[in-house]
Design a protein around this ligand. Structure first.
Ligand SMILES: Cc1cc2nc3c(=O)[nH]c(=O)nc-3n(C[C@H](O)[C@H](O)[C@H](O)COP(=O)(O)O)c2cc1C
Length: 182
């Protein structure tokens, strides 16, 4: 089996997750890792498994990754798994976290699923975790998303730790689960 991990990153959060997945996959099989811009779409025929990684931008996958998914071949040999990092909360803690997640990262999963459906690619699942935001995005979140002082003071120091060692371990578990599905 041959796998490719293709990812887009601007501040390396998604890269850290890509590297954790690479560690697991490469211990089993032939695995390549590359930024999305360097992937030759024609070369994807070689692969049985494609992981696609991205930051969340504007509640959705980052534009270069959406473009990459749109350019994938129809009915390819490979199956696809997705991963993304985002600066909102994880959805499963409280109702408020779920609301913020849905509003600020809620399009990521449907976009992966729909892209695979449109191209008749088997979608194996996705992983997501938090990733610290750059200063401009932090300022935006403060002004628009988390305007309450108490919520902000709880949110920011925690966000800045991510992806942390637990996220890296969770990404490895995810990679192994995907391998187990094949
Ligand atoms: C232009 C831009 C838009 C963003 N929009 C969102 C967003 O809508 N929701 C969110 O949770 N995070 C958003 N973020 C934060 C990133 O998803 C987060 O910091 C991510 O971990 C960055 O990953 P990277 O270091 O791999 O680039 C945005 C970041 C940028 C630069």
């Amino acid at each position: 089996m041959k796998s490719l991990i293709a990812y887009f990153t601007q501040t390396n959060n998604t890269k850290k997750i890509a590297e954790a997945i690479f560690e697991v996959l490469s211990a089993h099989d032939e695995t390549n890792i590359s930024t999305i811009r360097k992937v030759d779409i024609e070369s994807l025929d070689e692969y049985d498994l494609l992981f696609v990684g991205t930051p969340c931008h504007d509640s959705d996958l980052a534009p270069p990754v959406k473009g990459f998914l749109e350019n994938l071949p129809d009915s390819p040999k490979f199956k696809l798994a997705g991963f993304f990092t985002h600066s909102t909360f994880m959805p499963d803690d409280t109702e408020r976290n779920r609301e913020l997640y849905d509003q600020w990262a809620g399009l990521c999963t449907p976009t992966f699923e729909n892209a695979c459906k449109n191209k008749k690619i088997e979608f194996l699942g996705y992983f997501n975790c938090r990733g610290k935001a750059n200063p401009g995005i932090e300022a935006f979140i403060r002004q628009v998303v988390i305007t309450d002082d108490d919520e902000w003071n709880e949110y920011l120091p925690e966000l800045r730790k991510h992806p942390d060692s637990n996220d890296i371990e969770d990404a490895k578990v995810f990679a192994q689960e995907i391998l187990d599905k094949l």
